[in-house]
Design a protein around this ligand. Structure first.
Ligand SMILES: Nc1ncnc2c1ncn2[C@@H]1O[C@H](COP(=O)(O)OP(=O)(O)OP(=O)(O)O)[C@@H](O)[C@H]1O
Ligand SMILES: [Mg+2]
Length: 321
């Protein structure tokens, strides 16, 4: 079956998977043992004609093969592996400082804010900084950019690339822009295409700009709220699986809602409890005086609540004030 995949293990390396099963799984879009290990038995039964028992057995073997003995770590070993994982610079010193040195892998970041607060600009900048070499704060990786709002701008990427001393054409070549039409499409892109890009095209950063737009448009009204939240939860769970298993960075943007609070209205990120619980680091972007923008920590297991950073948007991207 065409040699070893870059993730280390082919489907046929899994106990219980022969050439025929491997071929069948590949025809369903599963490309490696690691990719397979992301699935649940129910999901596998859904896309194949396997029995639940067989699906469960194969998945257990896949996890055993891919994750092996390394699943239980001592605290001291955990500290070591965390130190090995580089932070990804945002290209803005004050934001990097706020985030504890830049973005951490195996986590999800949410930028929420009103229109024009810089969510998309920051995403563009990260699509460039991820390509910087390690000694410049990047990880020499590529970017998968899921654009649900038709907001991706090659000319902005070119301007930002020049600022960081990178070749604009090369930088654009390393950004895989995906358009999605609805929630089911987004689920397919993430479960299959994105994993392929991560395994085969050195993608280290996944951006979703924005996560909520599709769901708000598709599941309209109170009657469909539960369904919407369930689907949203599902996709966020998949993003987290990918982040953890492939050790990569995930960023998404979110819109805000006006929520009445007594006599006043406050702005809250959309997506309700589902998004609040599923995202690791919630950051709120807002406009301040003149052209200054503020990023504030809304919720995070590690970052100080309500701590802020300031930045501004210029023709060269996002910069310190
Ligand atoms: N070339 C540029 N030079 C200076 N500022 C720019 C430039 N391009 C965009 N901006 C600024 O960026 C702002 C838009 O930011 P951005 O697109 O990131 O907003 P957003 O938070 O994604 O909003 P939305 O919710 O509408 O998607 C504009 O209002 C403008 O102030
Ligand atoms: Mg935007």
């Amino acid at each position: 079956m065409g040699g070893k995949s870059t993730s280390g293990y082919d489907l046929e390396d899994v106990d219980g998977i022969g050439p025929k099963t491997a071929q069948m799984l590949q025809s369903r879009g599963i490309i490696s043992a690691r990719h397979l290990a992301l699935f649940t038995p129910e999901e596998l039964v859904d896309i194949t004609d396997m029995t639940p028992d067989r699906a469960e057995k194969i998945l257990r073997n896949a996890r055993e093969l891919v994750f092996g003995q390394k699943r239980i770590l001592k605290g001291s070993e955990l500290v070591k592996t965390m130190q090995d994982m580089p932070r990804l610079t945002t290209g803005v010193k004050s934001i990097d400082k706020l985030l504890g040195g830049g973005l951490e892998p195996k986590a999800t970041y949410e930028f929420a804010g009103e229109f024009g607060t810089g969510k998309t600009q920051l995403c563009h900048q990260l699509a460039v900084t991820v390509q910087l070499p390690r000694d410049k704060g990047g990880v020499a990786g590529a970017c998968a950019y899921i654009d649900t709002e038709e907001a991706f701008s090659p000319s902005r990427i070119e301007a930002i690339a020049k600022r960081f001393g990178l070749d604009p054409q090369q930088v654009l070549d390393n950004i895989y822009v995906m358009k999605v039409v609805n929630a089911a499409d987004l689920e397919d892109r993430i479960k299959f295409d994105i994993v392929k890009l991560v395994e085969q095209c050195n993608v280290k950063l996944i951006i979703i700009d924005s996560i909520i737009a599709l769901y708000r448009a598709e599941f309209k009204g109170r009657e469909r709220l539960a369904e919407r939240q369930q689907r949203l939860n599902y996709i966020l769970d998949w993003l987290m699986r990918i982040a953890k298993v492939y050790n990569i960075y995930i960023v998404m943007t979110n819109q805000v809602l006006d929520v009445p609070l007594g006599y006043i209205e406050v702005k809250r990120p959309a997506g309700g409890n589902v998004l609040a619980h599923a995202v690791t680091h919630r950051l709120f972007l807002k406009k301040s005086r003149d052209d200054v923008r503020v990023m504030e920590v809304l919720d995070s297991p590690r970052l100080p609540h309500k701590a802020t950073a300031t930045f501004r948007i210029t023709d060269k991207g996002v910069e310190d004030t």
